[in-house]
Design a protein around this ligand. Structure first.
Ligand SMILES: [Zn+2]
Length: 163
């Protein structure tokens, strides 16, 4: 808000006049408005938004619906070349991520992180406590894992190698 608005005039000028070729538009004339990754810009009277969204709108390509998200066909998250960006459905975005091998594997989700904290010894203790009548949620809170994790290991869904 306090920043002088240089972003918008630059974008308007680029979309109107710049030759559209293969090269990425990443030569941003300012630094302060470019955080890690996606560049932001401000249309006068609006909040700061994704510069790529604004470029698509300037290019006459309004977002077709809320299920559409920005899709970048080059590997530059800060690129706003209209030839490199378009609206895609989430499914298309997912497909593209998988194709590029950038999809995150399940192992990065939190659940496996919590089970990583467990040890064979703890797993036996948890099973014994639940078997002795303690509530799963109490045991979960006590150990510091999710109730779902407790349930899974009590039912033998996880930690099957621990007898
Ligand atoms: Zn690009």
């Amino acid at each position: 808000m306090g920043r002088p608005n240089k972003t918008w005039p630059w974008l308007v000028q680029q979309v109107a006049a710049r030759e559209r070729g293969d090269e990425c538009w990443i030569d941003w004339p300012w630094k302060g408005c470019k955080p890690e990754g996606y560049p932001m810009a401000t249309r006068p009277g609006e909040r700061q938004r994704s510069a790529a969204h604004l470029v698509l709108e300037l290019d006459g390509r309004l977002r077709p619906g809320f299920e559409f998200a920005l899709q970048i066909s080059c590997d530059n998250p800060s690129c706003v070349n209209p030839l490199h960006i378009r609206w895609g459905t989430r499914q298309e975005n997912m497909d593209e991520m998988v194709q590029r091998g950038r999809a995150r594997g399940k192992e990065q989700r939190g659940e496996s992180n919590t089970s990583a904290k467990l040890t064979n010894h703890l797993v036996r203790e948890i099973r014994q406590r639940v078997a002795a009548g303690e509530m799963q949620k109490d045991v979960a809170a006590d150990i510091g894992i999710s109730r779902m994790s407790v349930s899974d290991l009590v039912r033998g869904v996880t930690w099957t190698h621990v007898p």
